[in-house]
Design a protein around this ligand. Structure first.
Ligand code: HSE
Length: 428
């Protein structure tokens, strides 16, 4: 075991992260270098969904950030304090930090990153925006050569869920909110989400990375979704729009200023963000020369957020290893074997097939019998008309093994009534 973690917090994200770290088979082998060394919790008596030996769990979080054996602090307690103080202490003690805490980063980023730079350590925050969606690393690395023009996101799942239901059901905001709270999609105190504050924290972080400067959170204009009514959503639909809570950071005034804001916005139904529904998040980045690139996925939840947290941990493990090895294990190709690729005949898929046949009685019956002989079940059959005197029959199958389907087709082709099979496509 090479790298020792001190994990602070065993809530939804902390539990997901521990579960991921304890289930490494089939994931990046670097994960085997990681040891869950200490876990800090508020209460020892709470029942947990993870198995950890009792001696690594403590309520003394300060002792974890001061423990010289710990290499990386993973801060997953959320909120402003004691998270800020613990992060700063960890940095002072020369430890790298992984955090999912957008509230701390958007408010105390200057203090935290100044301290980290002085101490020569990294503060990683992929999980702070968009849950499992990789957007921080892409902005820092893959897109870093671009001149960014705009970052536009649906980055709050709760409000997107509420607006989506208002749109599909024609319901009012208060009714959907109450139901969302009952179902656990919205917090008992939903203020941070529905008033746009959570999205404001996140767009401040994204704007800072995209435009390469600090963002004062107080300068981010913020308006939530309380005043959006079903009447507005109805009129928007008639005019070809949907209403989404957008977080926008855009270069403006000939690139001398930024406009950074969160507010409900009418967007054309054809816009790439218009079909992002339910609790999903998406972030559209526009830059030169990349053009548009969009990131989409689960913006919250134990598994997706743990994926982001653990990818940050892995990046730090690779960085620590690079100090002694010749190459960075995340950049080098270290594969030792060839992957086994399944033959196409073993593919399970639905098929669409179009047949041109004689217009005789019993042709559809013969097709069906032949398919049935090879275990191919049909989802739909339509005779759409005629082409040059031949009947046109279209079938869509249920999931079938491609090899069986091909055998059925080979036999069908020998039937006298079948003239040709001009189209054969796989259906997702
Ligand atoms: N409360 C957030 C949301 C998830 O509804 O998207 C955590 O950032």
């Amino acid at each position: 075991m090479g790298v020792k973690l001190g994990i602070l917090g065993l809530g939804t994200v902390g539990t997901g992260t521990v579960q991921l770290l304890q289930d490494v088979v089939g994931r990046n082998p670097l994960l085997e270098e990681v040891e869950i060394y200490r876990v800090g919790v508020r209460s020892l008596s709470k029942s947990r969904n993870v198995e950890l030996s009792p001696e690594i769990i403590t309520t003394d979080l300060t002792a974890i950030v001061n423990d010289p054996a710990v290499d990386i602090i993973v801060e997953l307690i959320g909120g402003l304090e004691p998270a800020r103080t613990l992060i700063l202490a960890a940095i002072k003690n020369g430890k790298h930090v992984v955090t999912a805490n957008k509230a701390v980063i958007s408010r105390f980023g200057e203090e935290i990153f100044t301290a980290a730079n002085q101490a020569g350590v990294y503060v990683m925050l992929e999980a702070a925006v968009g849950g499992g969606i990789p957007v921080i690393q892409p902005l820092k690395q893959s897109l870093s050569v671009n001149r960014i023009q705009a970052v536009t996101g649906i980055i709050n799942g709760t409000t997107n869920y509420i607006l989506t239901r208002m749109q599909t059901e024609g319901s009012e905001f208060n009714d959907v909110l109450a139901d969302a709270q009952k179902l656990g999609y919205a917090e008992a105190d939903p203020t941070a989400d529905i008033d746009g504050l959570d999205a404001a924290d996140k767009i401040a972080i994204l704007a800072s990375l995209a435009f390469g400067g600090r963002i004062n959170l107080q300068d981010v204009y913020c308006e939530g979704i309380r005043q959006v009514t079903k009447t507005d959503i109805g009129y928007a639909a008639k005019l070809g729009f949907v209403i989404k809570l957008l977080a926008i950071a855009r270069s403006t005034n000939e690139n001398t200023q930024l406009s950074v804001r969160v507010h409900p916005t009418l967007i054309p139904q054809s816009h790439p963000l218009a079909s992002v529904n339910g609790v999903y998040n998406a972030i559209l980045v526009e830059g030169e020369p990349i053009g548009q690139v969009m990131f989409f996925g689960a913006g919250a939840g134990a598994g997706p957020t743990a994926s982001a947290v653990t990818s940050d941990i892995l990046n730090l493990v690779a960085t620590l290893q690079t100090q002694t090895a010749k190459t960075n294990p995340l950049l080098a190709c270290v594969h030792q074997h060839y992957c086994q690729i399944a033959p196409i005949s073993e593919l399970n898929t639905r098929f669409y097939a179009r047949f041109l046949t004689e217009d005789h009685p019993g042709v559809i019956g013969k097709l069906g019998t032949c398919f049935g002989k090879y275990g191919v079940s049909l989802e739909s059959v339509v005779q759409t008309g005629f082409q040059g005197g031949l009947a046109e029959i279209v079938v869509v199958t249920h999931d079938v093994q491609e090899g069986d389907f091909r055998q059925a087709l080979a036999e069908i082709q020998t039937l006298e009534a079948i003239n040709s099979i001009p189209s054969l496509l796989r259906v997702l």
